[in-house]
Design a protein around this ligand. Structure first.
Ligand code: CUA
Length: 329
């Protein structure tokens, strides 16, 4: 019953099932103790309340009761020991390598996740994993601490610049689940959001070979895959996909509203005022430099918050983005 109440968040990995069982029992025992102690307190308060008009008198002295004390301490010790061993067992499982793990690399950076597969596939904020097979994420960070958190798997791990950390899990349900960053990492921390797609093993193999495309939901289809399957798109339309796929959209709007960065509406070809009052024309070179070397020219009124996209965006993608910006009148 108690674990049922927690099922608003699906449990989609072995770690999650373990966690549900543990937390279900913990909440059940906690609830019984709470109702029990509150019930007794309430009963005593009513049963032994002072009658109206009577002055407070002396209360009889009650010596301790060793039997009751012993039973109480013993029961609590057993309970704590059981929880410790149970928790230890589940925690050991969570952090231990399993047989035949599928290895995937994850790089955290302000403010997106890069996912790299052994066959060279690289995705942003989209993690594909096979159901029923242990997965090992080998993770690091380009800049500051982040934390890779999958609530439906009940597991997370920090990513640390300059070192690798690992996360083990075995998905048990197919579907789409959340990735959150669970370590405050700057302005757009709350937007550092991705998705895990758990596929059946055959589908996963096909996906690796580029033969599987998720059934498209409005706005959630893996954009680059769609783009690659639509060679009839114009350069600017491809740029619009890159703009969303590479998470530019986290910090820049195209409708004139400022977020963390300036809106890109009408920027191309216009005169841009920088910090210090210098003015530059936003041509191809300026746009390219702002993507690759964002600290060089900061637009007036904005903080120097943008990470570099050097090594992440190809020349083709930069051209696509510039073509897209030209359409944002
Ligand atoms: Cu990355 Cu918070």
């Amino acid at each position: 019953m108690f674990s049922l109440a927690l099922n608003f968040l699906p449990a989609a990995a072995i770690t999650a099932d373990n966690f549900q069982a543990f937390i279900g029992v913990a909440i059940a025992i906690g609830t019984i103790l709470f109702i029990g102690t509150m019930g007794v307190a309430l009963y005593f308060a009513i049963r032994y309340r002072r009658p109206k008009g009577e002055m407070p008198g002396k209360v009889a002295y009650l010596p301790g009761n060793y039997t009751v004390e012993f039973i109480g301490i013993f029961a609590i010790s057993v309970w704590v020991a059981v929880f410790f061993i149970w928790g230890w067992r589940d925690y050991s499982y969570m952090v231990s390598p399993q047989m035949d793990e599928y290895e995937i690399n994850v790089i955290g950076q302000q403010w997106s996740w890069q996912i790299q597969y052994a066959n060279g596939k690289t995705l942003t904020n989209e993690l594909y994993v096979p159901r029923g097979r242990p997965v090992k994420l080998v993770m690091t960070s380009k800049d500051v601490l982040h934390s890779f958190f999958i609530p439906e798997f009940r597991t997370k791990q920090d990513t640390v610049p300059g070192q690798f950390t690992v996360l083990h899990f075995t998905p048990t349900k197919t579907g789409e689940f959340h990735i959150f960053c669970a370590e405050y990492c700057g302005t757009a921390h709350s937007k550092m959001i991705g998705r895990v797609h758990v596929l059946e093993q055959d589908d996963f193999k096909n996906w690796l070979d580029g033969l599987y495309v998720l059934p498209s939901k409005a706005g959630t289809a893996p954009l680059m895959e769609v783009a690659k399957n639509s060679p009839q798109l114009s350069l600017a339309e491809q740029g619009a996909l890159v703009f969303r796929e590479r998470t530019c959209v986290t910090c820049h709007t195209v409708n004139g509203a400022s977020l963390i960065g300036p809106s890109l509406k009408g920027v191309f070809g216009s005169e841009v005022e920088l910090i210090g009052g210098t003015k530059v024309i936003a041509d191809e070179n300026y746009i390219r430099e702002s993507i690759m070397d964002p600290m060089k020219k900061i637009v007036k009124g904005f903080a120097p918050a943008m990470p570099t996209f050097r090594g992440m965006l190809s020349d083709e993608e930069v051209n696509q983005l510039i073509a897209y910006m030209k359409t944002l009148k």
